[in-house]
Design a protein around this ligand. Structure first.
Ligand SMILES: CC(C)(COP(=O)(O)OP(=O)(O)OC[C@H]1O[C@@H](n2cnc3c(N)ncnc32)[C@H](O)[C@@H]1OP(=O)(O)O)[C@@H](O)C(=O)NCCC(=O)NCCS
Length: 218
């Protein structure tokens, strides 16, 4: 396993080369926690999604500076991961609160974006495998994806990872001259039949001995 330390994560920063998928000639995929230096490439991946699609309901692509602020805000709560191939950020994924109210605190919403030209090569899967493992260590119990419909790639991707549809908000967003439905997909991360133990914060997560193993998919 490759280990790429990051300023946030310290010397045992998790990283994960994707492998064993028969793609021997493909560049190694290293998954690590995002840093402020990733803000510009992340903003570059996200900008065409905002400008040209209803996948994101934002209307103005955020600047690198704004993206750095968002990365820091997320990392105070949950992982923001990037995939690096040949030294370049090729995708990213992160978790945010599903809702603010206290009873929702075991539920997270996920976001994932892979650069145009780099899709369907396992980047999203490598990112989610690591992200879901970390979220389980943090004791979150349910992960959600809100998907503007139609989006066959995102639906196929989330269902391939075990997410199941739980409902649709009809015509809930207006962008580019059209109304869009948003469907929600859910993945159970942990038992939801008894009293849940409190989720862990990022500082506690970083101290867990199982972080590197979880990232490696063990
Ligand atoms: C959705 C997205 C993140 C998937 O990432 P990815 O790296 O391309 O996905 P992977 O290569 O890991 O694919 C894993 C599996 O997901 C499913 N999948 C991925 N792309 C798919 C597509 N276009 N159509 C149908 N299923 C698809 C397949 O089951 C695939 O396995 P396979 O290639 O062995 O058949 C990527 O398409 C993307 O960035 N799309 C634009 C942004 C977006 O829609 N983000 C989600 C917002 S809700």
């Amino acid at each position: 396993m490759l280990v790429h330390p990051t300023p946030e994560a310290g010397p045992r920063a998790p990283s994960l080369p994707a492998g064993g998928d028969g793609m021997e000639d493909a560049p190694v995929k290293t998954i690590r926690l995002a840093t402020p230096a990733d803000a510009a490439p992340i903003a570059g991946i996200y900008a065409p999604i905002v400008a040209g699609t209803p996948i994101s309901f934002e209307l103005e692509a955020p600047t690198a500076r704004e993206m750095a602020r968002r990365i820091a805000a997320v990392l105070a709560f949950a992982p923001w991961l990037v995939c690096v191939e040949d030294g370049a950020v090729t995708g990213y994924a992160y978790a945010g609160r599903h809702h603010e109210r206290a009873a929702y605190r075991w539920s997270v919403d996920l976001s994932v974006y892979v650069r145009e030209g780099g899709r369907r090569t396992g980047v999203g899967t490598a990112l989610y495998r690591a992200l879901l493992a970390l979220l389980r260590l943090q004791r979150f119990r349910a992960a959600h994806a809100g998907i503007t419909l139609p989006n066959a790639a995102s639906v196929g991707f989330h269902e391939a990872l075990g997410f199941r549809p739980v409902g649709v908000f009809p015509r809930v967003g207006w962008k580019g001259g059209a109304w869009y439905d948003v469907g929600y997909w859910q993945l159970e991360l942990g038992d939801r039949t008894g009293v849940p133990s409190e989720p862990l914060g990022m500082e506690a997560l970083r101290r867990l001995p199982g972080v590197a193993a979880a990232l490696a998919g063990a």
